[in-house]
Design a protein around this ligand. Structure first.
Ligand SMILES: Cc1cc2nc3c(=O)[nH]c(=O)nc-3n(C[C@H](O)[C@H](O)[C@H](O)COP(=O)(O)OP(=O)(O)OC[C@H]3O[C@@H](n4cnc5c(N)ncnc54)[C@H](O)[C@@H]3O)c2cc1C
Length: 428
């Protein structure tokens, strides 16, 4: 059943990241950006269009990180619930944070539209399945808050009506968010990359930044045998942050997220399992995110995987397949065409960070929801450098805590994930 699989992102069938034509590295520029994912490109595009000289350095092939291998679900999710955000930050700041997620999400749609990026975006809406009866009650409370404070138009679907949304008995009903859609992540990346290059920013691939040193006028950026002087630096390395950025590495936990894609399914089966072609998620701690592929013919199914993993090594996916079949028993024995994985990054409080420390900007910690957030924080970091009110964000000026007893290798992850799974199993 699991054979003939291609171990690379399904999205790369449409557009695959490749090394760009080599360009000379400028010894001086206004801004250096470390990392060429959505965040780095978005920052570079904004700065270059504002007349700044910009260079991005990426350790690998630009686009090889999470930004072309994600699920393409444009949720702009914040992991803590609204009640928990209010408890922690008070109603004003919590409302600002959540409000910013709404603005960031709609700004992504505006950007795709205005830039005319052909990335198969559809405002499909998202269904979130309640894995326990008490989760349904929690979703009801969230729906109320969302509609009261942000006029989102979220609605609840009781279990009795669930089949209109999704062909499973697994959930105890769920919630629909009409403001969330999906895109083709690699085509979206291609679109921003092309516009970034057209803007005059230089994107250097296979050029890792090995160190950053503060000077009187800005920074020295060490990359290979070359040292570049820049007035400002933005670090956008997220789940791929390495030892060269030790301050950030102590504050981010990289977690492997894995996706499989089925072979094409019968149109009738697709219509039964995903009748509205929505984006899909669920309320478990070790939950899944899934969706139809943009052509509506296959199911893309993702989830966080257990344990620590080394970059570029294949990891087992049978558990993901079993979870897919548990959800949709009709898929038992179905063929899988593609499997891959990549790193997402979590901060201590599971909220994204737009930080500035010792003059360096950091846009990071998107907790698996960077399609909206990474682009947005790249934009915000750029505006903070340019100056003016567009740089303001509810996520700036927060304490960015280091993870205790941690240098960048998350030894505790298997235990944390096992604990989450126990809580999921017993519904606590
Ligand atoms: C399997 C998977 C599924 C996902 N699904 C979704 C989803 O459905 N919806 C959603 O919103 N988000 C999803 N995400 C998360 C989303 O893809 C990321 O949050 C987002 O792409 C992060 O973008 P970024 O620009 O911050 O980092 P990345 O795209 O990860 O880029 C970081 C870059 O930094 C470079 N780098 C690291 N160190 C250095 C160095 N020292 N010098 C130079 N370069 C360096 C790396 O080479 C890499 O290219 C998913 C992620 C994965 C892996």
């Amino acid at each position: 059943m699991i054979k003939d699989i291609i171990y690379r992102p399904y999205w790369w069938d449409a557009w695959e990241p490749s090394l760009l034509a080599a360009e000379d590295v400028d010894r001086d520029c206004d801004v250096v950006i470390v990392g060429a994912g959505y965040a780095g490109l978005s920052a570079a595009l904004t700065l270059a269009r504002a007349g700044r000289s910009v260079q991005i350095f990426d350790a690998g092939i630009p686009g090889f990180g999470a930004s072309t291998r994600n699920g393409g679900i444009g949720s702009g999710n914040l992991r803590p619930s609204i009640p928990n955000l209010i408890k922690k930050f008070g109603p004003k700041r919590a409302t600002e944070m959540f409000g910013e997620s709404c603005v960031a999400r709609s700004d992504l749609i505006r950007f795709i539209d205005e830039e005319n990026i052909d990335c198969q975006f559809t405002l499909s809406g998202r269904f979130a399945g309640a894995c326990q009866p008490q989760h349904f009650v929690g979703l009801e409370r969230t729906t109320e808050l969302l509609n009261q404070n942000f006029s989102i138009g979220a609605t609840m679907v009781p279990k009795t009506d669930q089949h209109a949304e999704i062909g499973t008995e697994f959930y105890h009903g769920g919630m629909i968010r009409p403001d969330i859609g999906g895109l083709h992540p690699a085509l979206f990346y291609k679109g921003i990359l092309e516009r970034t290059l057209q803007s005059g920013a230089k994107v250097h691939g296979q050029r890792a930044v090995k160190g950053l040193r503060r000077t009187e006028t800005g920074f020295e950026v060490m990359t290979g045998s070359v040292t570049v002087c820049a007035r400002d630096v933005i670090v956008c390395t997220n789940g791929y942050t390495d030892k060269s950025i030790p301050w950030l590495r102590r504050r981010l936990v990289p977690v492997a997220s894995q996706i499989l894609v089925t072979k094409p399914l019968e149109p009738g089966l697709m219509a039964r399992l995903m009748p509205k072609r929505r984006m899909l998620t669920e309320t478990r701690l070790m939950g899944h995110y899934y969706r139809p592929t943009p052509d509506g013919k296959r199911i893309l199914f993702g989830g966080r995987t257990y344990g620590n993993h080394k970059r570029d090594q294949p990891i087992p996916y049978q558990h993901l397949y079993d979870d897919l079949v548990e959800l949709f028993p009709e898929l038992g024995g179905i063929g899988i065409s593609h499997v891959w994985w990549g790193f997402v990054a979590f901060t201590m409080d599971h909220l994204p960070q737009l930080a500035k420390r010792d003059g360096i900007y950091y846009a990071t910690g998107f907790a698996g929801s960077g399609t909206v957030w990474a682009r947005w924080f790249g934009l915000k970091a750029a505006y903070q450098i340019i100056g003016g009110k567009e740089g303001a964000s509810a996520f700036s000026d927060r304490i960015f805590k280091a993870v205790p007893f941690y240098e960048g290798r998350p030894w505790f992850l298997p235990a944390v994930q096992a604990w989450y799974s126990i809580r999921d199993k017993f519904g606590v």
